[in-house]
Write a protein that binds this ligand. Structure first.
Ligand code: GLA
Length: 681
């Protein structure tokens, strides 16, 4: 039996629970914890994430008795543990004995103990102490009946994205030696002929520390690669011990809300299951589509395998400037949204709201006010609802019609200073392309540019700045073979060493796009550029929209103009083009169209490519996603994100599993309402 099958069997359905920090509470509270967990149908808790100081109060002394009691108590109560390796926050004695484990910023500032994650990922001293701890924990609890899953570290790279200390510098040099072999190759890759940066030996190379002006961009991209791999090495060192001691127990680590720090495609093969921490902002009107996009990334990292929503807030967080609670029903709605996108777990930070410490104003499943609060009532109701639907666990999303391309390496290249526009943010650009698909209920997978694209009807490529020959050829082949592709500006500009592809921008895609770009004309901050098009096939009513962030001079070489810039230096020149190429078509955006224009455009391109929504004709604000169980049952989760009741017409009679009502071909969904539908036939 695979590790994941074992986990699924142990849990018997979707996982439900949260971070459990019993060391913050006296023993009498623990008994109430288990009682309330049972009431809320909690079946999994993330235990011991910040327990290093509690289990190893001194270098040579482990203190496991308290944790033995907790593990036994959980086992007796039928609650499983996602037990942490406890390495996320070293105890004060470690940095007191070995100050060199503390990380340094680019400007040389040392990050002191007193919060968490205060370790240099390259520190051999940190790694050695972490390994000793992991071995002790795994040895102690590897055979414990409560143990279901290992939780390695916590949110790797969350606070310390990179360390610039001397130890890290040495590790970076080793990494560069491995990558380039000799210093001449490094000089070439980093274009060090520029600004007299030529290195005579690897010994002279440093991390991109704070410098008088822009540090070398290729060095920055390599440092980001190194950083992602170095933090991965910390994870892998712990994972190797767990694999050795408990070969049958799966391991995971929780990824932070979508961020550029770690190349998650490179990490994902090393996890048995992907875990994700999701914190949409209740004040943000676009919170639901943003969360949807990040769930699609998480589900896609391991080829559609269900992921675990390891953390979300039951109500408010405490780390934004204004921390809004989730209005009534929103916690349930957003939890079901994660399930709709492929989550096999609905977990929270945290079980019981802390009394002291930096997170005491962060909501929890059991709030300061206890079990009588609205918060706990909603937690309990959702727990029961999920526990009654074990068949959803393991169900996979059917393959989407659309793939959206995300490449972390290119992200590192794109978001630097000294660019035509230094305000480009890949996550925002990705979202601008994702939103219109979401609004039209089109399901979407997330892929790398080099992945197999053959089954997709449409591939969307937002701003793929840095690209290598293999990946570029893969995208071109996809279109040539009959695919439809939509690419946005500033794609295919640089190679993986951030050197411009010569031969006219964007050299690797010119043939496919049927154009060349002569010059970049980003508008002023907060200014836009008007777009226009005559009524026609793409814009039946004509187009009077606008673009922002970017404009450029496009010279068509076979591509047809679909919309033009309507003002300024580029007036009358193409802004959006389409090129019939091979058996397919390549669309190109030379600006970021406003959301309405983007939606019309993607709708048209999608129709041309034969893209279908998950369910047709849903009212605005109602989202649908599908999952198919191993037994073939197709489930549709319907989510009403609007504040109005929605009247939904279904394409065939379906039964709502949540109400148990007779099969219907029409459905009224309450504001923030959820339905779990199965075709009746
Ligand atoms: C992260 C961490 C948790 C907690 C929450 C609060 O996700 O993993 O330990 O700090 O944030 O939102």
């Amino acid at each position: 039996m695979s590790r994941i099958d074992r986990l699924r069997r142990l849990l018997g359905g979707l996982a439900y629970g949260g971070d459990y920090n019993p060391e913050q509470w006296p023993e009498e509270v623990h008994a109430e914890d288990v009682k309330l967990m049972r009431e809320a149908e909690v079946n999994l808790v993330s235990l011991g994430i910040f327990s290093w100081a509690a289990v190893q109060p001194e270098p040579g002394r482990f203190e496991f008795a308290w944790l033995d009691r907790i593990m036994d108590m959980l086992a007796d109560g039928g609650v499983r543990a996602c037990l942490a390796t406890m390495t996320a926050s070293p105890p004060p004695w470690l940095s007191a004995l070995h100050p060199e484990v503390l990380p340094e910023r680019a400007d040389g500032t040392r990050l002191w103990p007193g919060a968490r994650q205060h370790y240099c990922p390259s520190s051999p001293v940190y790694r050695e102490h972490a390994a000793r701890l992991v071995r002790a924990v795994a040895g102690r609890y590897g055979g414990h009946p409560a143990l279901a899953l290992w939780h390695v570290g916590n949110e790797f790279g969350c606070h310390v994205r990179a360390c610039y200390c001397d130890v890290s510098a040495e590790a970076f040099r080793r990494w560069l030696r491995d990558r380039y072999g000799d210093v001449g190759t490094l000089n070439d890759a980093w274009s060090t002929a520029f600004w007299s940066q030529r290195y005579a030996s690897f010994e002279e190379v440093l991390p991109p520390r704070t410098a008088p002006t822009f540090p070398n961009p290729a060095q920055q991209v390599d440092f980001a690669r190194f950083g992602s791999e170095e933090i991965l090495a910390c994870y892998l060192a712990e994972k190797a011990i767990l694999d050795e001691v408990t070969p049958e127990v799966p391991a995971t680590t929780n990824f932070v809300p979508l961020a550029r720090t770690l190349d998650l495609f490179a990490w994902a093969p090393h996890l048995d299951v992907v875990s994700y921490d999701s914190y949409p902002d209740p004040h943000d009107p676009l919170a639901a589509p943003r969360a949807a996009m990040s769930y699609d990334v998480m589900r896609s990292l391991r080829g559609g395998q269900p992921f675990l929503l390891m953390e979300q807030a039951p109500g408010a967080v405490n780390w934004r400037a204004r921390n809004a609670p989730k209005p009534r029903g929103v916690m349930r709605l957003w939890s079901w949204q994660a399930v709709a996108h492929g989550a096999d777990a609905v977990m929270f930070f945290q079980w019981r709201q802390s009394r002291g410490g930096a997170e005491k104003y962060h909501s929890a499943m059991v709030p300061h006010g206890g079990a009588a609060t609205r918060g706990f009532q909603e937690v309990r109701a959702l727990g029961r609802e999920l526990a009654d639907r074990p068949g959803l666990a393991g169900a996979r999303a059917p393959r989407a019609d659309v793939a959206i391309v995300l490449d972390w390496q290119s992200w590192w290249g794109l978001e630097q200073e000294a660019r035509p526009n230094a305000d480009l943010r890949l996550d925002e650009l990705l979202f601008s392309h994702y939103l219109p698909l979401y609004q039209d209920n089109v399901a979407c997978d997330v892929v790398r540019p080099g992945d197999d694209l053959s089954g997709y009807r449409l591939v969307v490529v937002p701003n793929l700045y840095m690209v290598g020959g293999h990946d570029a050829a893969n995208l071109e082949r996809y279109v040539e073979g009959g695919g439809t592709l939509l690419m946005s500006f500033f794609s295919g500009i640089a190679d993986p060493c951030d050197r411009v592809h010569l031969g006219g921008y964007p050299a690797p895609f010119r043939r496919m796009l049927g154009l060349r770009v002569e010059e970049f004309w980003p508008p002023a901050r907060d200014a836009g550029v008007a777009l226009s098009a005559e009524p026609g096939e793409v814009w039946p009513e004509g187009l009077a929209g606008h673009g922002s962030l970017w404009a450029e001079e496009i010279v068509p070489e076979g591509a047809a103009t679909v919309a033009s810039f309507a003002e300024g230096e580029l007036a009358g020149l193409p802004a959006v083009t389409r090129h019939a190429f091979g058996r397919g078509a390549a669309w190109y955006l030379g600006t970021l169209p406003d959301p309405g224009t983007m939606r019309k455009l993607l709708r048209h391109v999608g129709r041309e490519a034969g893209v279908r929504p998950v369910l047709p004709g849903l009212p605005d604000g109602v989202q649908a996603r599908a999952r198919r169980s191993a037994d073939g049952t197709l489930w549709y989760v319907l989510l009403n994100h609007s504040a109005e009741e929605a009247d939904v017409a279904l394409p065939e009679p379906m039964r709502d599993d949540l109400t148990g009502a007779d099969p219907l071909d029409r459905l009224r969904l309450a504001p923030r309402g959820v339905a779990l539908l199965r075709p009746a036939g």
